[in-house]
Write a protein that binds this ligand. Structure first.
Ligand SMILES: [Ca+2]
Ligand SMILES: [Ca+2]
Length: 362
């Protein structure tokens, strides 16, 4: 049964995105990094002053949305463990940055880095606890962080932890999930402001130790690198517009909200203007709006969020001149997932608003 479910999941991904399994041989290693198993790379051993990195050979395009998921193991020493791992984007990556507090990231510039830092360096503004932050340009000082530092529970627990990096260029939003929970959220022109207009970058993982140390490892058995196809706008005469007129339920991928809120992002308003035009062309039809969420957060909170989002869509359509009696909005929370909730790519699909045009009861 589990296999059937997985099969269905991959079939679904094939329809709308290209999922790519990372192969251990697709990485260039530098410094102390060594392959330790079929799917794992040890970035540093637990000895002092080590540093290593693993860089995927294939450049990616930041103009494309993607979700990357991998497992990190931050070592087994809590109080005396150091220094951490950084997930990095960098245009010419083949090396490891500075060791110790630099975590193999310091000095790589221009760059964007997601650090998981386990050692307190007071002069860098580190909080006392293990923490995660979005850094830029090889700087590990939190005065220059783009987001965070966010404190996390002790992560040097000898276990693998799931890290998911989710980039949506449409609304310029980068979100980071750790063990299935969103920990960082950043909106900004990463291509323009960090990479000076160059959208082709490499990605890799770096780690280092200093006077204190830990074994740092990254595993790819569960790495899923998914390039999501750019969402096409709703076209009046296109396949989606036709399905809608025929009474089928459709999802609008270009309908996006601010994180955790019912506020529509600008990309959504253009899409709803096209939807309003279809409704004007078919004045006898009513529109059902169904809001759905992923399973992160409480069921009750998700129920309320999905209702507010469906209402927000209805309110916007009214402001475009569609009469209230033609609109019905309902939220279903996390009740009806269309994909798995255990991966970031799946959760992205589950957070959606569906539409159905139906003839009014005469
Ligand atoms: Ca530190
Ligand atoms: Ca710790």
């Amino acid at each position: 049964m589990k296999h059937l479910y997985l099969l269905f999941f991959f079939f679904f991904l094939l329809l709308s995105s290209r999922a790519q399994k990372a192969n251990i041989n697709d990485f260039n290693l530098s410094g102390d990094a060594v392959i330790t198993g079929a799917n794992c790379i040890r970035l540093t051993p637990d000895r002092i002053w080590a540093g290593g990195s693993a860089w995927h050979r294939q450049a990616i395009d930041l103009n494309q949305p993607f979700v990357m998921e991998l497992q990190v193991m931050m070592g087994c020493k809590d109080a005396a463990g150091a220094d951490g791992i950084v997930f990095v984007f960098h245009p010419h990556a083949r090396r490891t940055g500075y060791q110790g507090e630099g975590m193999g990231f310091a000095g790589l510039e221009p760059s964007l880095g997601i650090e998981i830092d386990t050692w307190l360096n007071e002069h860098l503004g580190d909080p006392y606890q293990d923490h995660i932050a979005l850094l830029r340009d090889g700087s590990v000082h939190h005065g220059y962080s783009l987001a965070g530092p966010v404190r996390i529970p002790n992560i040097e627990d000898c276990r693998e932890h799931a890290l998911a990096v989710n980039w949506s260029p449409g609304n310029q939003q980068l979100t980071i999930d750790l063990d299935g929970k969103q920990v960082l959220n950043y909106r900004g022109d990463i291509v323009g402001s960090v990479f000076r207009g160059n959208s082709k970058v490499y990605w890799g993982v770096t780690a280092a130790t200093g006077a204190y140390n830990n074994r740092h490892e990254v595993c790819f058995e569960k790495l899923e690198f998914t390039i999501i196809e750019e969402a096409k706008p709703l076209e009046l005469d296109g396949p989606k517009g036709k399905k809608l007129i025929e009474g089928e339920v459709i999802t609008l991928e270009n309908l996006q909200f601010e994180s955790g809120s019912a506020n529509l992002l600008p990309i959504s308003k253009a899409e709803l203007a096209r939807l309003a035009e279809i409704m004007r062309q078919h004045p006898s039809l009513k529109l059902d709006i169904f809001g759905h969420t992923d399973s992160v957060g409480g069921a009750e909170a998700n129920q309320q969020l999905s209702s507010r989002r469906a209402q927000s869509v209805a309110t916007h359509l009214r402001s475009l001149g569609i009469p209230e009696k033609r609109l019905s909005a309902k939220g279903f929370g996390e009740q009806y997932p269309i994909s798995t909730n255990s991966t970031a790519a799946g959760r992205l699909k589950n957070r959606r608003v569906e539409f159905r045009l139906s003839r009014p009861i005469p």
